[in-house]
Design a protein around this ligand. Structure first.
Ligand SMILES: Nc1ncnc2c1ncn2[C@@H]1O[C@H](COP(=O)(O)OP(=O)(O)OP(=O)(O)O)[C@@H](O)[C@H]1O
Ligand SMILES: [Mg+2]
Length: 261
């Protein structure tokens, strides 16, 4: 299963990605969590100790690796390089593992095919495609906010998007854009998780604004999630209620006959 977690800025993509990754790892799945946000912060949300998190170098910053795989000269522009670099060994070799979750930090991912074609982007793009056709049990990609970066490269081979929304019009607008984009690029399954809900009105608001059957469930607004963020700890270890909410979302996902999880 390859899942991309998307949505508007600040809705809880990283929180959800981290807790889902930990939950699945505890259930015995082999989980590869991918931090595809240039502003990477998934490691701490997963509960990585500071020292280990600080050691992480994003793939796009590994100049020697980029040069070696693409045949380019580091820092040079306009030279020839390979468009099909070898990437198959990168996830295992360059991920960091903690609490049973393997984490791969990508750095800056190419923005949907437009703009710059440089060796770093070619490597990341090829790697993204490879990740999501690899044979890990579950790949969970914590994406950059918004939709600008979601291109065919990212979408290739992704089984579905989960859009995290809040009970408000702005994040639902992002959901509608992701859904439209999904149709354009061939990702037909776009599910929704409602985060930071406080009551039934919040849940109804979300349900009334998304496709019927698209909503996988809700995560309640929870002070312990905020506290865990402040303390740089994993919400998985700090918020039992959030774990239970996300367990329910996992069960709902499993119930879909076309979802192999
Ligand atoms: N259920 C919740 N209850 C309370 N606070 C929450 C909840 N989920 C997330 N938050 C808080 O909201 C903030 C944003 O969460 P998070 O970083 O997971 O969002 P994001 O979508 O990944 O953001 P970005 O777009 O910056 O990557 C954090 O301070 C987090 O602790
Ligand atoms: Mg995030």
């Amino acid at each position: 299963m390859k899942i991309a977690i998307t949505g508007k800025g600040g809705v809880g993509k990283t929180t959800f990605s981290a807790v889902l990754s930990r939950l699945l790892a505890d259930k015995g799945y082999s989980v590869l969590a991918v931090d595809a946000d240039p502003d990477a912060n998934l490691a701490l949300a997963l509960g990585f100790p500071h020292e280990l998190a600080a050691e992480i170098v994003p793939i796009s910053d590994m100049k020697n690796l980029v040069a070696e795989r693409t045949g380019s000269q580091p820092g040079s522009f306009g030279t020839m390089f390979k468009m099909n670099p070898k990437v198959s060994d990168i996830p295992e070799k360059y991920c960091k593992e903690y609490n049973g979750v393997k984490l791969l930090t990508m750095g800056t991912v190419d923005s949907g095919g437009s703009g710059c074609v440089c060796p770093e982007h070619v490597l990341l793009k090829t790697l993204t495609t490879h990740l999501i056709i690899g044979n890990k049990d579950v790949v969970i990609m914590d994406m950059e906010a918004g939709i600008e970066h979601l291109g065919r490269g990212t979408a290739k081979g992704v089984d579905f998007f989960i859009v995290v929304v809040e009970p408000g019009e702005r994040s639902l607008q992002t959901y509608r854009k992701v859904k439209q984009l999904g149709e354009d690029i061939g990702v037909n399954k776009v599910y929704v998780v409602g985060n930071k809900v406080r009551n039934k009105e919040d849940e109804d608001f979300i349900l009334n604004h998304v496709d019927s059957n698209a909503c996988l469930g809700f995560i309640h607004y929870n002070q312990s999630v905020i506290d865990s963020d402040r303390a740089n700890l994993s919400p998985y270890d700090q918020s039992e209620e959030t774990k239970i909410d996300i367990e329910k979302i996992y069960q709902k996902l499993r119930g879909f006959s076309d979802v192999q999880i």
